[in-house]
Design a protein around this ligand. Structure first.
Ligand SMILES: CC(=O)N[C@H](C=O)[C@@H](O)[C@H](O)[C@H](O)COP(=O)(O)O
Length: 239
């Protein structure tokens, strides 16, 4: 199925997304915000606030958001597979469902790890559906391989998530290394503050995705709650 898209040329996508913020609206699984109608409202609020695009998990949820916003939507479907560490859109059926639901861009895990479906086959399905293809990458090697395969947008999404402790900071070095070599680098992953966005842009990011800091209220609340006890309490004024 090929759908006529609003952003049907890369020039149109660039006009809409270059130098723009993308808001990933992915609440904590099974938390109080994990509902289609709430996520649609998060997306609407993000667009009001200036987001140039939205990232959504799940085809049904994406359809609910699609009916409320006109900006490009990056669609993914996440899994916890027993036989593969690949989590983000490992199957072609989900690529098709996301595009049918209205995704303009489909993002897939592009790491060089055991996977149920070859990356080239996922890319072919995205192309056949008439959507743009984003590669969620973990390092320079898999990013450059995805670019060579033909992915349109290269994301730093999975840097820090393929083994070992997750670092605190975003991977600005990877953003810079990729921006020197490919045209559309999406800085994504642990970008938590406007200052991080400035650093990502200075490193050459084409666009920047922020998720947790905007739409995972439980975690953001924890950051502030922890700060409450991080410094000695100010002495109470004498009565
Ligand atoms: C590693 C992984 O599964 N990343 C996911 C990809 O969709 C999401 O859980 C992240 O929230 C998203 O990438 C945005 O990043 P951050 O929430 O750090 O701003």
């Amino acid at each position: 199925m090929t759908r006529r898209r609003a952003f049907d040329t890369l020039a149109a996508l660039d006009r809409q997304m270059a130098a723009r913020l993308v808001v990933s609206c992915q609440p904590i699984d099974d938390g109080p915000l994990d509902r289609h109608d709430i996520v649609a409202r998060f997306a609407m609020a993000a667009v009001v606030g200036g987001a140039g695009a939205i990232r959504i998990e799940g085809a049904e949820r994406l359809a609910a958001v699609r009916s409320q916003v006109n900006v490009p939507i990056i669609g993914i479907v996440k899994y916890d597979l027993d036989d593969s560490p690949v989590r983000i859109t490992p199957f072609i059926a989900d690529v098709d469902a996301l595009i049918a639901a209205g995704a303009d861009i489909v993002a897939v895990d592009a790491t060089a790890r055991p996977r149920p479906v070859a990356l080239a086959d996922l890319l072919a399905a995205i192309r056949a559906g008439g959507a743009w293809a984003m590669a969620d990458c973990s390092c320079e090697e898999d990013a450059l391989a995805a670019h060579a395969l033909g992915f349109d947008i290269i994301g730093t999404t999975l840097s820090g998530y393929t083994g070992g402790a997750v670092p605190d900071a975003a991977d600005f070095d990877l953003i810079a290394a990729l921006a020197a070599q490919v045209p559309r680098v999406m800085a994504e992953g642990r970008i938590h503050t406007p200052a991080d966005v400035v650093l990502a842009r200075a490193a050459g990011a084409w666009a920047v995705t922020v998720g947790t800091a905007i739409t995972r209220t439980e975690l953001v609340t924890q950051w502030f709650a922890a700060a409450m006890t991080a410094a000695p309490a100010h002495a109470s004024p004498a009565r």
